[in-house]
Design a protein around this ligand. Structure first.
Ligand code: ZN
Length: 119
């Protein structure tokens, strides 16, 4: 499950972002995950909970923005789903390879944290 490694990376990036602004406890971290990034959102959320559990940021939420790939057929010109039952991305109407844009996102978009109270 490579999601565990990704969750650790996201956590590290989020902690760095908090440190840049002082200190505090993570509340919500938003990440964008592309359809083609080979990340399973449910597994990533599960891994995230394991990463933050027991630490100072236990209970922090991982918010996932799913980014579908934008695909279209160069012959038909429309956005298409790939043919059912095939891993090849072929146009279900004419069989041409689909042109794919995006869907490979794997980015930390936003880090929300509760600043530590200074006395
Ligand atoms: Zn087509």
């Amino acid at each position: 499950m490579h999601e565990m490694g990704i969750a650790v990376e996201i956590y590290r990036a989020a902690r760095d972002a908090v440190r840049d602004h002082g200190s505090g406890r993570l509340e919500t971290v938003t990440v964008s995950i592309g359809e083609l990034s080979a990340v399973e959102p449910e597994l990533l959320r599960f891994a995230w909970e394991a990463v933050v559990a027991g630490g100072p940021d236990a209970g922090a939420t991982l918010s996932i923005r799913w980014c579908p790939a934008d695909q279209h057929c160069p012959a038909c010109g429309e956005a298409k789903d790939r043919s059912d039952g095939s891993w090849l991305r072929l146009c279900p109407d004419c069989g041409n390879p689909l042109s794919i844009n995006g869907g490979t996102e794997l980015d930390v978009e936003q880090v929300i944290f509760v600043p530590e109270e200074t006395t």
